[in-house]
Structure formats: structure tokens, C-alpha cells
Design a protein around this ligand. Structure first.
Ligand SMILES: Cc1ncc(COP(=O)(O)O)c(C=O)c1O
Length: 370
């Protein structure tokens, strides 16, 4: 039986009627740019994250970009980012003419290593972007302590629903940047994003920046861009938002079940299962194991019809586009090792017990026969 890495059709089917109704509602209104759906979604998502302000934007990438624009990051500035993350975390820094400064990760949570952050901060550091990777918060107390006055922008693209000692991610730093890419714990029907902040002035500034820096009709005190969340996406996300916690619970119970199944199969000494660090509510946006002979296992699982993927095969400090920054192999070894060992297995909420057994059997089969 093939097991997909993710099957969004299973999530869609029970909401189909409701979603088609809201699409119809937006179409009838012919109100597509910002407006009541976006405003309502911003209020509802701010309440869910327990932050004062949420500003809907066009993608998670644009959420990060606009957050850095609000901090006036530009040429000559440095922004500290983990090297083991999706490209956008560092790409936005370069796009603003600033320099990404890469730091290594903690081998247990895969997030920014606070010791690396301490060494990377310098006189030009304008911001720090920890990433709550795979759906688990970074070590935010240590990061905040080390960053001091330097603003911390949380990359929450993978961490909808995750908390850190009871505070939701997105409410811990100066701003939080969320993605509604379809595969996220809360995903839209296309691109979308959100920036969160406690500050009303910052929220106003972000709203201006997403509208070409416009403070009033055709008046532009600053240069912004078109970073607006689409009304159709907002309306669809409003249907999904109340269900998001249930999906997170589903992922958690699947992760728990994997633990039992991998124990039964005698594989817990072979694989490095994801660690749920105390006080950080892992949401398993990805269920990532460390696997000996990872590439062979990947090929075996794919041949058996088991969906799996590598997040991420090449750390950002080794990406060709950053070659002029002068990093080389061996500079950030924990991330480099992770990039050789990690493998994401199916964990989506609608995954069945039989499918999980199938995944574990296929993994077990690989290590027994090899
Ligand atoms: C850690 C991280 N940051 C940023 C992004 C960018 O989000 P988007 O694809 O919505 O632009 C993603 C999305 O994959 C991500 O995983």
C-alpha cells in the first residue's frame, strides 16, 4: 500500500462544502483586495496566537521580508540566521542588500544554537531570525538573552500552534513571520503569510509597507511593496483556523504512535527519533528522523511507495548563491551532518494506523536486510 508524505485531499473533503460556500461569498462580494475577510482573519489569527496584532501578507517569505523592511535592514547590516532552514530565511536578508550571518544548529532540536548566535553577533547586527524548525520552538530564552536589544524576528513558517513555555510562537520576539503554504499546519489554497507583533505602531507600519508604503491615498512616506494577503485566501483560512488545533493534536498523536511502533520494531537505537523538548509544544509540521545510510533508505522507501523527503540536503552557508560570503565545508558541522542524516516521514493528521505500520515495516525491512 503506497503511503503519501502528505495528502491534502483528505483534509479538504470534510470541509469541502464550507469552503465552496465562502469562496462563493467572496465572489459574490467581488471584494478581493484586503477588506472584511482579511481583517476578520487577522483578528481571529491574532486571538489564536494570543498576540495583539496580526497583518496578513502574500507569503511567508514576504512576511520575513516585510518584517526586516520594518526594521530598516539594508546595505551594511548583518542579520543572524541558522544555516539549517528553508532558503527564504536567508534569502530575504540578501534581497535587502544585507548580509546573512549563518550559525550552526543544536543537534537535538535542529534550531539555532544560542552559542553560535553569541559568537555571530557584532556591531552591524540589525536583527536575529531564529527558525522554529519542523514545528518546534527554538531555545527562545537563551536567544532573547543573547540578542539583548537586537530585535528578534521569529520564523514561524513551520510552527503554527507551537508554544514555548505556554507562549505561542509568534508572540515571543519583536515580530513573528508565518507561512500559509499549503503543506503547513495551517495552509491556504495558494500562497499567504502573516506578521505578528505586540506593537500597534509596528502593525501600522507593516500595513503601510504591504501597500507600497502608502500612509494615505497615493501618499508614500516609504517604499513598500504589494505584499497583501488575498481575500479568497483569508476566507479559506478562516474556515481552516478553528480546525488547526485538532490537526496539530493529530500530528502529535501520530508522532506518539511512531514512537511505540519504532520501539516494537527495535529501531529506536538505529534511528534518531525527533526529540520533543520539555516546555516546547512540538507540532510535527515535519516528522524528521536521523537515519544511518539515509540516501539508501530514502531510495528504498520511495521504491516501496512510502513518501519521504529531505529537509534540507544542503545547509544555506554552502549554497552557491552565498559563495561570496566565504563559508566552506566544515564551518558549521552540526548542520552539515544533519543535512546528511535527516529524513521526513509521513505524519499528517489523517494518516491511518495501518499506513504508519506500513512506514515502520518498510524502514524495518531496510535495516534488517541491509
Ligand atoms: C522555515 C521557513 N521559512 C520561510 C518559508 C517561506 O514561506 P512561503 O513559502 O510561504 O513563502 C518557509 C516555507 O516553506 C519555511 O519553511
Amino acid at each position: 500500500m503506497p503511503v503519501p508524505l502528505l495528502d491534502l485531499k483528505r483534509q479538504y473533503q470534510p470541509m469541502r462544502e464550507e469552503i465552496l460556500e465562502v469562496i462563493d461569498r467572496v465572489c459574490d462580494s467581488q471584494y478581493f483586495i484586503l477588506g472584511p475577510e482579511v481583517q476578520a482573519f487577522e483578528e481571529e489569527s491574532a486571538a489564536a496566537i494570543d498576540v495583539a496584532h496580526a497583518v496578513g501578507v502574500s507569503s511567508g517569505t514576504d512576511a520575513l521580508l516585510i518584517a526586516l523592511m520594518a526594521l530598516e535592514v539594508g546595505a551594511g547590516d548583518e542579520v543572524v540566521v541558522p544555516t539549517f532552514t528553508f532558503f527564504a530565511t536567508a534569502g530575504v536578508v540578501s534581497r535587502l542588500g544585507a548580509r546573512p550571518v549563518f550559525v550552526d544548529i543544536d543537534p537535538v532540536d535542529y534550531c539555532m544554537d544560542p552559542k553560535g548566535l553569541a559568537a555571530a553577533i557584532g556591531p552591524r547586527t540589525k536583527a536575529v531570525i531564529p527558525v522554529h524548525l519542523f514545528g518546534q520552538a527554538a531555545d527562545m530564552d537563551a536567544i532573547a538573552r543573547i540578542a539583548g536589544e537586537i530585535p528578534v524576528v521569529e520564523d514561524c513558517a513551520q510552527s503554527w500552534g507551537a508554544d514555548y513555555n505556554g507562549t505561542m510562537t509568534g508572540g515571543l520576539g519583536a515580530m513573528g513571520a508565518f507561512s500559509f503554504f499549503p503543506s503547513k499546519n495551517l495552509g491556504g489554497f495558494g500562497d499567504g503569510g502573516l506578521v505578528t507583533t505586540k506593537s500597534p505602531e509596528r502593525a501600522d507600519q507593516l500595513r503601510e509597507l504591504r501597500m507600497h508604503g502608502q500612509s494615505g491615498p497615493y501618499l508614500h512616506p516609504t517604499v513598500g511593496g504589494n505584499f497583501r494577503l488575498h481575500a479568497l485566501q483569508a476566507a479559506i483560512l478562516r474556515v481552516k483556523l478553528p480546525r488547526a488545533q485538532g490537526w496539530v493534536d493529530g500530528r502529535r498523536s501520530n508522532a506518539h504512535r511512531y514512537l511505540g511502533l519504532f520501539e516494537e520494531a527495535g529501531l529506536t537505537d538505529v534511528l534518531g527519533l525527533p526529540a520533543a523538548v520539555d516546555g516546547r509544544g512540538h507540532t510535527y509540521n515535519q516528522y524528521v528522523v536521523r537515519a544511518p545510510r539515509r540516501d539508501d533508505l530514502l531510495a528504498h522507501l520511495r521504491a516501496q511507495g512510502v513518501g519521504c523527503a529531505v529537509y534540507y540536503p544542503l545547509p544555506l552557508h554552502l549554497q552557491p548563491c552565498f559563495s561570496e560570503l566565504g563559508y566552506g565545508e566544515g564551518d558549521l558541522p552540526i548542520a552539515e551532518q544533519a543535512s546528511r542524516e535527516v529524513l521526513a516521514l509521513p505524519v499528517f493528521p489523517e494518516l491511518t494506523v495501518d499506513e504508519q505500520r506500513e512506514v515502520v515495516a518498510a524502514v524495518s525491512d531496510f535495516y534488517r536486510s541491509g
